[in-house]
Design a protein around this ligand. Structure first.
Ligand SMILES: *Cc1c(COP(=O)(O)O)cnc(C)c1O
Length: 418
């Protein structure tokens, strides 16, 4: 796809070629293990350097190639690889670069399961694991050793949404030929241009916004030219595959990514501001808010915000916490995020090795979905009212959420168009 078109246009046209599939608009689900060659010459011509068995279902079909091509283009990297989950993309992107005796630096705000993998698996394999303060910036230079092979960044970080100075970290890492691997799931390929900010490998838990409909799990890792041979070889040797049926769902989800992200961003900001004003809320952790510690870096480096953030309650009782979570009609209590639907999640105190998490209040992660915003705000207001009432004996909150939404966008659109 010609790269001078706007990314919102390329999102619709890249990664597919109807002429290859009988005119079908979408690349079909191509399933298969054996791929036969008509002649010996053609069989031999398919051998690729480093992989004499490239013509085999384990290395993907046309469906896989569609997604990998599209992701490399959207992320602005050299090539992409799909993995069966976001976590698999994280763990294999690390394993592809390290050997026993190497030192790896990970942000203290890294996604919990990536942290567990580093602490449990990498250390067992003889890799030294060290966590650094997400706010470190160029100070990462002081943590680097002769054997530091990789710096893992995630911005904003899981649970606490700390924004990292990735260009400053990448500059220091590259002075020593150290690779910078990023979990870029929160912003996705549209809102953070990882390669323009010095990242060598950008990872997406496609399970989240790329799938967008909470119906498949997948990961994608995209590398620049320097990191690609190592990433590909490292991943290939593990023999993982990703189902073409699931890849089809990611391709389908991607077509509407831009539209969905606009709505997640807008509604997420509005709900974050609403919560910030609420008397029961201690603090909202969202880098889009002007008084957030990560706001200036977010404004400098990001092109938008997702619908995921957190907030901290002022001290409340267990009964109040139960009243809060049990009073929603629209927000579900559940893991994952990035689907069309809204979620709330009670968070354990974030595990931190460098700067301990010292807030005692209940931490809640919020995923703002695509429902009409006014309904979401009413549902949240209702749950907060129930939380307040649960502190007073014999007070029962109303069961009904009161909301009055005008049909979405009609007035607003008419003004613009007419
Ligand atoms: C969910 C998530 C992952 C893992 O994705 P799965 O597909 O659930 O394995 C990785 N990183 C971040 C930041 C996530 O939120």
């Amino acid at each position: 796809m010609q790269s001078n078109f706007n990314i919102d246009t390329r999102l619709l046209h890249s990664g597919r070629n109807p002429a290859d599939h009988g005119g079908l608009v979408n690349t079909p689900i191509c399933r298969g293990s054996t791929i036969v060659a008509p002649t010996l010459q053609e069989w031999e011509a398919r051998k690729t350097p480093g992989n004499p068995y490239a013509s085999y279902g384990r290395f993907g079909t046309a469906t896989t190639a569609s997604l990998q091509d599209m992701m490399a283009e959207l992320e602005g990297g050299h090539r992409s690889l799909v993995f069966p989950s976001g976590l698999a993309a994280c763990t294999h992107s690390i394993l592809a670069f390290v050997r026993a005796g190497d030192h790896v630096l990970l942000t203290d705000s890294v996604y919990g399961p990536t942290r567990a993998f580093a602490e449990d698996v990498l250390t067992r394999l003889g890799v030294e694991v060290e966590f650094y303060d997400p706010a470190i910036g160029a100070g990462i230079a002081d943590q680097m050793r002769n054997n530091t092979r990789l710096v893992f960044v995630e911005s904003p970080g899981s649970a606490t949404f700390d924004v990292q100075d990735i260009p400053a970290i990448a500059e220091q890492a590259h002075k020593r030929d150290t690779f910078v691997v990023m979990d870029n799931t929160w912003a996705g390929p549209l809102f953070f241009k990882a390669f323009e900010h010095g990242v060598d490998v950008s990872i997406q838990a496609a399970t989240k916004y790329l799938v967008g409909h909470s119906d498949a799990l997948m990961g994608v890792a995209t590398a620049n030219e320097r990191a690609w041979p190592l990433l590909r070889a490292g991943a290939q040797d593990f023999g993982q595959t990703t189902s073409p049926d699931d890849i089809f769902l990611v391709l389908r989800g991607l077509r509407t990514l831009s539209l969905r992200m606009q709505r997640h961003w807008e509604s997420g900001m509005r709900l974050a501001k609403f919560l910030q004003e609420h008397p029961m809320v201690e603090r909202v952790l969202h880098p889009g808010l002007p008084d957030d510690p990560g706001h200036s870096l977010w404004k400098r480096d990001f092109l938008g915000a997702s619908g995921l953030f957190a907030f901290l309650f002022k001290p409340i009782t267990r009964a109040q916490t139960e009243a809060f979570f049990n009073s929603f009609s629209l927000f579900g209590i559940g893991l994952s995020w990035g689907g069309y639907e809204s979620l709330v999640l009670p968070m354990d105190a974030p595990k931190r090795a460098v700067v301990p998490w010292d807030s005692k209040g209940t931490l809640v992660r919020v995923h703002v979905g695509l429902e009409a915003y006014c309904d979401l705000e009413s549902d949240m207001a209702h749950a907060l009212e129930a939380t307040a009432l649960a502190a007073v004996p014999n007070m029962k909150p109303s069961v009904e959420v009161t909301t009055s939404c005008a049909p979405f966008h009609s007035a607003h659109l008419l003004e613009k168009v007419v």
